[in-house]
Design a protein around this ligand. Structure first.
Ligand SMILES: Nc1ncnc2c1ncn2[C@@H]1O[C@H](COP(=O)(O)OP(=O)(O)OP(=O)(O)O)[C@@H](O)[C@H]1O
Ligand SMILES: [Mg+2]
Length: 240
């Protein structure tokens, strides 16, 4: 046990014994669209099992930051490290592979494949990373059950409610036990009560399997579900 921990500490710059290592870390991130700077020197990190919210006004760069952390977008300058590995310098194929294995995603409108059933959607992250059909199906059903939607597992996305679909999206984001879940306004299209239930399910399921969560939101009531909040303004992090 001790050797891997020490190696993780060295690679991620963890400060002391007992502190979980940073799973995802960014330093000095700058990003512009054309001549418009959006992020102007952002440092960020999320530790193993930690939950962090990113807040800020519309247009403050929250989604941009999330895309940079996911390696979907490359920074103008600065660096992103996943498991201590410099993500932004890897070739696209390798970044995509790491995303599939180590990250889970939830977006405002689920992003599930409409032609597939909920369980087929949830097992996708396992199937595309080479897991066999039966164990993938079993694990997907377990996750849907954990999220309280096993009863509609065989129904297509178009045949379930928005809240049920979003629970399935959470199940899909967690099914492969990713190191970190990146969620962009995951409850933005739901009513308050349904949103709260989905958030509760996301946070507790993530906690159970020690997946970190980075949650982008406009709403304080949503951010309150995380342990820590990062506030963006004028391209920089300000005191929440
Ligand atoms: N692909 C793009 N091309 C040009 N400009 C973009 C692009 N994506 C975002 N922007 C601009 O960059 C700024 C930050 O956008 P971003 O989507 O990161 O903000 P946000 O904080 O997520 O906003 P919201 O809360 O509305 O989702 C905005 O001014 C936006 O118009
Ligand atoms: Mg956004």
């Amino acid at each position: 046990m001790t050797a891997p921990t020490r190696r993780a500490d060295r690679r991620t710059g963890t400060t002391g014994p007992g502190t979980p290592p940073a799973i995802l870390r960014a330093s000095g991130l700058h990003h512009s669209y054309g001549a418009t700077p959006v992020l102007r020197g952002i440092d960020f990190q999320v530790r193993e099992g930690e939950t962090v919210s990113i807040m800020g006004q519309s247009g403050s760069g929250k989604s941009t930051l999330l895309h940079l952390l996911a390696g979907l977008l490359l920074p103008e300058s600065g660096a992103v490290y996943l498991d201590g590995v410099r993500l932004d310098q890897l070739p696209e194929r390798r970044r995509a592979e790491l995303r599939l294995r180590r990250m889970g995603f939830v977006f405002q409108f689920g992003d599930l494949v409409p032609e597939l059933s909920l369980v087929e959607n949830v097992e996708l992250p396992l199937r595309v990373t080479g897991h066999r059909r039966r164990p993938s199906r079993r694990r997907a059903m377990e996750m849907l059950d954990r999220l309280g939607v096993a009863g509609v597992a065989q129904q297509r996305v178009s045949e379930v409610s928005g809240g049920q679909a979003q629970r399935a999206a959470v199940a899909r984001a967690l099914v492969h036990e990713p190191a970190v879940v990146l969620a962009d306004e995951p409850t933005g299209s739901l009513d308050t009560t349904t949103g709260e239930l989905v958030l509760e399910a996301l946070m507790s399921a993530a906690q159970e399997q020690n997946s970190a969560v980075v949650l982008v939101t406009h709403e304080l009531s949503v951010a309150a579900w995380s342990q820590r909040t990062v506030m963006l303004r004028d391209g920089r992090e300000v005191q929440a």
